[in-house]
Write a protein that binds this ligand. Structure first.
Ligand code: ADP
Ligand code: ASP
Ligand code: MG
Length: 408
């Protein structure tokens, strides 16, 4: 039995919590399993390091940021290995480089290219517990600089190592008992799911449910990594993320989520002729920005168009620069940006085979006077952009409208 266990920030948030993690790991090791443990930085540490850098420089160099941010996970890895050794378990800590995680050179959001897990495997074969600093690797190009895998990236470290080591199970230990029908911090009535499909989990994660990092779910789906999300505070069974089956299709909506980190931009009064959207979005994509929703409206006289789209809030300044430049080139009226927006979404594989889900969502929002600014749909989700001040209300309203609360 080979297990990868990942412990998030709250789970290693203090020495007491680190000792509790070490106890859980030692139980698994003593039961005969080979255990690779991936740890996050202690809770709040990554944000603290980010703030320090921002105090020195408004736009800190990304290579330096990666070295800085990767240190948080190293501290937790060394402390966890020490706690295990104190309990008589032979444990050894590893950085991203030491466990062979090679990435591209995109600092602060690097993608894993390969993993050479030989050294890790040998440690596990010797009966050692391997404790790995999550969230980091080294770049394949140039000098092998330290890279990080994007916020929440320790989840990806765990899933990718589970795939490379052909683990029997990847356990993500966190501060909630699993994946819920909505963030339990927003909806106290949210229900823990026993199982959810990779597809639904991928939508929920990318639409704002931070319980798993989006890329880690993509990776798990691609390589079929058996994944469970559990609490590090108790022994409840958690939520299994699995392939879709017929039972799952009977459920119309599995979850509701919201993303408050988006901005909406509008290119106003652009000439209505071929090639405008193509130019706008190729320039935005060329700058490495990811666009989500797009809506175009043609004026009543058919002469000009307004094109609205959303980007992650952190990219909105760059997007405004690019769109502004294009507006001047085209003689368009200008650019409007709205930062106080949120995207609320409902997700469920059952939507494929049922109609009327979207209209039920719009009805529920309308009955609480929540205005919809943009809409997008896919086979298994419906998303609406709304004013940020209604984000939590909207999640609660939709959770109730689709009857997702705990069974009485
Ligand atoms: P960790 O530090 O362990 O990686 P995170 O803070 O990244 O933990 O993720 C866990 C948090 O995700 C929970 O505390 C919860 O508030 C939030 N969350 C958002 N949506 C959901 C959901 N649908 N189910 C469970 N938790 C969710
Ligand atoms: N410490 C990193 C973060 O806060 C990575 C992680 O916790 O998964 O984003
Ligand atoms: Mg996380």
């Amino acid at each position: 039995m080979l297990l990868v266990q990942k412990y998030g920030g709250t789970s290693v948030g203090s020495l007491e919590r680190i000792r509790a993690v070490a106890r859980r790991v030692s139980e698994a090791a003593r039961s005969g399993a080979k255990v690779a443990v991936v740890v996050s930085a202690m809770s709040g540490e990554t944000d603290r390091l980010l703030r320090l850098a921002m105090e020195i420089s408004e736009r800190p160099d990304e290579r330096e940021m990666d070295l800085l941010l990767s240190s948080g996970e190293r501290v937790s890895a060394a402390l966890t290995a020490l706690a295990l050794r104190q309990m008589g378990v032979t444990a050894r800590s590893f950085t991203g480089r030491q466990c062979g995680i090679i990435t591209d050179g995109a600092h602060t959001r690097a993608r894993i290219e390969t993993i050479s897990a030989g050294r890790l495997m040998r440690a596990l074969d010797r009966g050692e517990v391997a404790v790995i600093a999550g969230f980091q690797g080294i770049s394949s190009s140039g000098d092998g600089d330290v890279t990080t895998l994007g916020r929440g990236g320790s989840d990806l470290t765990a899933v990718a190592l589970a795939a490379a080591l052909k683990a029997d199970l990847c356990e993500i230990y966190t501060d909630v008992e699993g994946v819920y029908t909505a963030d339990p911090g927003i909806v106290p009535e949210a229900r823990k799911l026993d199982r959810i499909s990779y597809e639904e989990m991928l939508e929920l994660a990318s639409l704002g449910a931070k319980v798993l990092q989006t890329r880690s779910v993509e990776f798990a789906k691609k390589y079929g990594v058996p994944l469970v999300v559990r609490s590090s505070f108790n022994d409840m069974p958690g939520t299994y993320i699995t392939k879709e089956d017929e039972e799952m299709e009977k459920v119309l909506v599995s979850g509701v989520t919201c993303d408050k980190n988006q901005s909406k931009l509008t290119l106003l009064g652009a000439p209505d002729k071929p090639g405008i959207a193509s130019r706008l979005f190729s320039e935005i994509a060329g700058a490495g920005l990811v666009v989500d929703m797009i809506v175009q409206n043609i004026s009543a006289d058919g002469k000009s168009a307004d094109i609205s789209f959303t980007v992650p809030r952190t990219d909105s300044r760059r997007a405004v620069e690019i769109t502004g430049r294009l507006a001047r080139d085209l003689g368009a009226r200008g650019v409007d940006v709205k930062e106080e927006i949120s995207k609320v979404s409902i997700v469920g594989v059952g939507m494929r085979t049922h109609s009327g889900v979207a209209s039920k969502m719009f009805d529920a929002l309308a009955s609480h006077n929540i205005n919809i600014l943009m809409i997008s749909t896919s086979e298994i989700k419906v998303s609406c952009v709304i004013d940020s001040k209604y984000a939590e209300l909207a999640v609660r309203v939709l959770h109730e409208a689709f009857g997702l609360e705990k069974a009485a």
